[in-house]
Design a binder for this molecule. Structure first.
Ligand code: FES
Length: 569
């Protein structure tokens, strides 16, 4: 057995400290040979009944353990904070960095040699990856996997995407409240993450494209027995990765991030991928900026899944999943190492597509150009983003008058007013929803369409904010305006009646107000007092970076791989 393995600093010592470390672990019934120097594999679990999307992870942890034991390792499962996207207030994103801290410190403090990250719901995947990358022990991901397709009244319905549609239909008087309530039960029929290409499935797809999981991890349904087998194989593989000393820093290179950006375009992935990839890149020291996302702008939309298309993740899985997408990306993929040790191209070898309407070919895409567009201008000097594949083409080049909501409370109180002075050409602006402002940059950027316009048949308008939007949402929604209003960005100065120009083609977001007037408004502007004054939320507000830097905390950027030498007793 290797004597310099990390766990020897805990379990290899024949002194009082070694006695204490081993003896207390033995109260769980582990035999002597579990401590003989074999790789100790942490199974970092975000299972929680308050994170329904991750409620299948206990079973998957058992699958991982089987694989670890089979390969001669010693698995130890440990909990970390779980982030239930649909359950947490004010927003799960406020706590992504707290999860990352929990993961980082748990891995560092305990005597493990490698880690399997069990996550799924939106913020759990990036939070776990960020934390693990900052310690840089061999790490690999097993995702929850998507729920089975939603079913209601004989139709497939998709998490999130159809909720937005149903709620607009209720507001338009086209759907009864009774039907609306009944659809709830048909939408979420099994354990697993949202089965649209929302943020969870986007991040799982990008993890696969970056080579941080085994192939097929992204799309296998949560309750498909093959996911349990994948967990088993992952457990086997992490033991080998420890032997090979294959670490996140070997895998998460600039090229891997570029592959993630290309894949995000091809799958019609979530805008949230931007903040998560930027934050993860910051942890591993990869120089990634908003401009790098432009490499995806010419990539066609291949995956016909909601919200950009019509199918769901279960269909994507049965059509062949990510290996087919990677095969279609072909030579566009950058050379990059994976958890299997070889190049990412190996993930696509032998892939076959079983349904060309679900996964289109490069020659017959769903849309010709699907990548996110970065917008800049005096309204977003450090950038904003829009997702053309989920937008209305005609609105991507537009000039109109702003109607401004000063806060989320202002929006909720007034959006359905009959005398709201808006038309379909109006640009809705929302302030106070950035990282510092809300705090936590919630998914409220896809503001509802004013009821009086819904009744007229309007289903999309340009909406501009410093917020994010759910990966399951759609519309011509300009997000992540940076700097945010509460950080003194130009967004804070916009007034109802100002004109705004948007050009996705030219990457422009301009407030058409002259500089002297803006200066006068800036001189009169005072920042809103923070909504939280204690605890983690205060620390977050004091240290969070803007969206163009991934909204990580400033003191968490980078990593610390030094050994922990001091004992507790
Ligand atoms: Fe958890 Fe969508 S809410 S994955």
């Amino acid at each position: 057995m290797t004597t310099d393995r990390r766990n020897r600093g805990w379990y290899g010592k024949l002194d009082r400290d070694g006695f204490i470390h081993r003896s207390w672990m033995k109260n769980q019934g582990f035999p002597d040979h579990a401590f003989d120097g074999r790789p100790i594999i942490g199974i970092c679990n975000t299972w929680s009944e308050l994170t329904p999307c991750n409620s299948g992870l206990r079973e998957l942890a058992e699958g991982v353990k089987r694989g670890v034991w089979e390969a001669g390792g010693f698995p130890v499962e440990f909990p970390v904070m779980s982030l239930g996207e649909t359950q947490m207030k004010p927003t799960a994103m406020l706590f992504r960095n707290l999860l990352a801290m929990d993961v980082e410190e748990s891995i560092r403090a305990y005597g493990m040699d490698g880690v399997v990250l069990l996550g799924g719901c939106d913020k759990t995947t990036p939070g776990q990856l960020m934390g693990a990358a900052s310690v840089d022990l061999p790490s690999i991901v097993v995702s929850s996997g998507p729920m089975l397709n939603g079913k209601w009244q004989g139709k497939d319905i998709g998490s999130g995407t159809d909720v937005w549609k149903f709620s607009e239909a209720v507001r338009a008087g086209e759907m009864t409240l009774q039907d609306f309530m009944a659809a709830e039960s048909g939408m979420s029929r099994s354990k697993g993450v949202c089965m649209t290409m929302g943020t969870a499935s986007t991040m799982a797809s990008l993890v696969e494209a970056m080579g941080m999981s085994l192939p097929t991890n992204a799309a296998l349904p949560a309750v498909d027995a093959r996911r349990m087998a994948l967990a088993h194989l992952t457990g086997k593989r992490i033991v080998e990765m420890v032997e090979e000393d294959l670490k996140p820093s070997d895998i998460l290179t600039k090229e891997a991030f570029e592959n993630a950006i290309l894949a995000n375009a091809a799958v019609g992935g979530s805008t949230n991928a931007v903040v998560h990839l930027l934050a993860l890149a910051g942890r591993v020291g990869v120089d990634l900026s908003l401009e790098d996302f432009e490499i995806g702008s010419e990539i066609p939309l291949l995956v016909n899944c909601m919200p950009s298309g019509k199918y769901l993740m279960e269909d994507f899985c049965y059509a062949g999943g990510m290996p087919v997408v990677l095969q279609e990306l072909g030579d566009r993929l950058r050379k990059a190492r994976t958890v299997l040790g070889g190049d990412i191209a190996a993930y696509a070898e032998g892939a076959e597509c079983w349904n060309r309407d679900v996964i289109r070919s490069m020659d017959d895409p769903l849309k010709p150009a699907a990548g996110l567009r970065v917008l800049r201008g005096n309204l977003a000097p450090r950038g904003a983003i829009v997702k053309p594949s989920a937008a209305t083409d005609a609105l991507l080049e537009h000039e109109g008058e702003a109607y401004v909501f000063e806060s989320i409370e202002d929006l909720k109180a007034n959006i359905d007013r009959e005398d709201l002075p808006v038309t379909a050409e109006t640009i809705l602006v929302l302030k106070g929803c950035g990282p510092k402002g809300y705090p936590g940059m919630p998914e409220v950027g896809n503001m509802p369409i004013p009821r009086k316009l819904v009744r007229e048949g309007v289903r999309d308008m340009i909406r501009v904010s410093d917020a994010r939007m759910s990966g399951t949402a759609f519309g011509t929604v300009i997000l992540h305006v940076s700097p945010e209003a509460n950080d003194g960005g130009t967004l804070a100065l916009v007034k109802t009646g100002d004109r705004i120009r948007v050009s996705a083609r030219n990457g422009v977001l301009e407030l058409l107000v002259d500089e002297a007037e803006l200066e006068a408004r800036r001189a009169a502007w005072t920042p809103e007092p923070p909504h939280y004054t204690r605890g983690y939320a205060k620390m977050y507000i004091d240290h969070v970076l803007q969206a163009d830097q991934g909204a990580d905390l400033d003191f968490l950027v980078g990593k610390d791989t030094r050994p922990v030498t001091r004992e507790s007793h």
